[in-house]
Design a protein around this ligand. Structure first.
Ligand code: EPZ
Length: 434
């Protein structure tokens, strides 16, 4: 398993480029199921979850070309023939977002078999709200042998009020509704930019959608959708992660190819903490910090509130901020996996239920730490960038799921970070390799 070796102490200076949003690309790739025509997506991030989605679509009979480099991170998907509308457990167990194919498969094929996604490190991750909405649109859903089986001659419009705000639930049902018979009204929808990005793509395919990005979305079902070429939004969480990296290292970092309009809560918190933020243009943000960061509280909320996907990264910043920061995680039940690892590096953090109390500023010392999930891994990289000495981060495959070549991007702005593949070396051996 690959490891990262990170030597702390360098302020990050220069320009770092953000990739396309994994959490936009995943539903948009699933939306290709809704048409027999070719769909081309641009600005697709080169991350493991995208490869997993490619495998999933190909396993159902789709033709998926996925190219990076010269092809500018582009994928062309043809679902002309979907010979096997089944999302197999072997794939679903590695990526629970596979459940995003459920709605489009029922809408396109009238049936779907999808392995029930297990939970993950951060929580149980149920999809009951997806199923409740599909049943209200006329799907008959049974569960057996770990699989969901859904059937519907043709889904029909309905009035669906989500019991809880769910991002992929909103996306899954939106994709089911665009080919349904009649009008569907969704209330209490997720407002994340990834939902809006998907709605933009679906509209480009001929769907009739109003209200994406607001709590109420209206869909007029159509009989078929055509192909589209669509550019994926920049990844707001990757952008936020880099902004925190610039602030925590006391650097001067320009984050390019991002969308500042999606970063409101993150930028506001960084300014409150004492970082200097300049929005240079519609795609670029500059962050500067001189090391005197102030403690601030965060409470994760659905968009446009402070994102749960930035909670772990912000906690790393809080360890370097003067004073007591309260970090409250309202979305997931177990999203403090990074705390113990940060404590092993010297952080002063106490957890009580869904609230972590961080006392800063504490100097961090390098350690061998373990990555546990995508954003916890990012938090450990940020801590290692300011820790005294050389840290070794194990199981970085968690990061590879959602961050494209992060070690190369960070090295490009002065970080001392490198990937050690397939080594079972001890800390001493790795240091000797230097
Ligand atoms: C999406 O997950 C993102 N994943 C997550 O990003 C993100 O953390 C999350 O939204 C919240 O913003 C993708 O978009 C692929 P939810 P999702 O449904 O849709 C409960 C990352 O780091 N819930 O909005 O699965 C659920 O348990 C990942 O990139 C139900 O109870 O999250 C949670 O407590 C991690 N029943 C809350 O709602 C349901 O049917 C929000 O979950 C669905 C959700």
């Amino acid at each position: 398993m690959d490891k990262f070796v990170v030597r702390g102490g360098n302020p990050l200076v220069g320009t770092i480029r953000v990739s396309g949003a994994k959490n936009s690309a995943l539903p948009c790739m699933a939306a290709a199921i809704l048409t027999e025509d070719d769909v081309t997506l641009e600005n697709v991030p080169q991350v493991q979850d995208i490869e997993t989605e490619r495998k999933l679509l190909a396993s159902m009979g789709a033709e998926v070309e996925l190219g990076y480099g010269r092809a500018q991170h582009r994928t062309t998907i043809s679902c002309r023939t979907l010979s096997d509308p089944v999302a197999k457990y072997e794939i679903v167990k590695t990526m629970r977002a596979s459940s995003l194919v459920l709605g489009p498969l029922i809408a396109r094929c009238g049936m779907a078999r999808v392995a029930m996604p297990g939970g993950c490190a951060i929580g149980g991750r149920p999809i009951d709200l997806h199923l409740k909405g599909l049943e209200k649109m006329g799907a008959l859903i049974t569960q057996e042998h770990g699989y969901l089986e859904a059937r519907a001659e043709r889904l029909h419009g309905a009035h669906i009020v989500f019991d809880k705000i769910t991002v992929t639930g909103t996306e899954d049902l939106l994709m089911a509704a665009v080919l349904a018979d009649g009008e569907t009204i969704f209330e209490n929808c997720a407002r994340e930019p990834e939902v809006t990005d998907l709605a933009t793509m679906l509209t480009g395919m001929g769907a009739k959608i109003e209200g994406a990005g607001t709590p109420t979305i209206r869909v007029q079902g159509v009989s078929r959708l055509h192909g589209v070429r669509h550019r994926i939004n920049p990844d707001r969480i990757e952008a936020g992660t880099f902004l925190v990296a610039g602030a925590i290292t006391g650097g001067d970092l320009i984050v390019s190819n991002c969308n500042p309009a999606h970063l409101g809560a993150i930028l506001s918190k960084l300014q409150e903490a004492g970082a200097r933020i300049d929005i240079l243009n519609a795609e670029t943000v500059r962050v500067r910090a001189d090391g005197d960061l102030r403690a601030t509280d965060i409470s994760t909320q659905e968009y446009p509130g402070f994102p749960t996907d930035m909670q772990a990264q912000y906690m790393a910043l809080a360890t370097q901020s003067e004073g007591v920061s309260q970090v409250r995680e309202n979305i997931f039940e177990n999203r403090f996996m990074h705390v113990q690892e940060l404590v092993r590096m010297g952080a002063n953090i106490a957890v009580d239920g869904r609230t972590a109390t961080v006392r800063g500023r504490t100097s961090l010392s390098a350690a061998a730490v373990m990555c546990s999930d995508l954003r916890a891994s990012a938090s450990l990289v940020l801590a290692a960038l300011v820790a005294d000495g050389e840290s070794i981060l194990d199981r970085v495959y968690h990061m590879d799921r959602g961050y494209e070549r992060i070690e190369e991007k960070l090295r490009g702005v002065g970080a001392q970070i490198r990937r050690m593949g397939n080594v079972f070396a001890s800390r001493e051996e790795i240091v000797a390799v230097k």
